[in-house]
Design a binder for this molecule. Structure first.
Ligand SMILES: [Zn+2]
Length: 147
């Protein structure tokens, strides 16, 4: 009877060790994949920033890729504290407010691509509140210049 008990404890212990090793292996397999995905994501942001010609003070925040819906959503914002020229005189007045806008961009392979950006409006002492021009689109257009 005590021997049976001992054997049982050894078996349970072995199972636990096996489980632990398995878990560790899983972790070792998952970690590089996660890292790779993170690197890919960063590289994509770099790639898209260059491909779209996004320049300071604009920056690419994130890219959402939805395979099921067949779409790619590119989110752009501007650096905090940035100043933009008044579309009329080019002076850099303070930002009045921002408004989320969406543009249809060229397809990314078979996927529809959209650019989203919080567009600032400047408040010029001479020309009042005006929408800042997006470098990737004609004023008032819902499409990017490349579309
Ligand atoms: Zn002005």
């Amino acid at each position: 009877m005590p021997l049976c008990y001992l054997v049982w404890i050894v078996i349970v212990l072995l199972f636990n060790i096996a489980e632990l090793i398995h878990f560790n292996l899983q972790l070792w397999y998952t970690l590089p994949i996660l890292l790779q995905e993170m690197i890919l994501m960063f590289n994509n942001i770099d790639l898209f920033t260059q491909a779209l010609g996004i320049e300071d003070p604009w920056k690419l925040d994130k890219i959402d890729f939805n395979k099921k819906d067949g779409r790619l959503d590119i989110h752009i914002s501007h650096k905090r504290g940035s100043k933009f020229p008044c579309p009329e005189c080019g002076k850099k007045p303070p930002i009045h407010d921002t408004k989320e806008r969406t543009w249809r961009h060229l397809n990314f392979f078979q996927y529809r691509a959209y650019i989203h950006a919080k567009m600032p409006r400047t408040k010029c002492t001479e020309h009042g509140v005006l929408q800042v021009k997006a470098p990737w689109a004609e004023p008032g257009s819902g499409f990017t210049m490349l579309f």
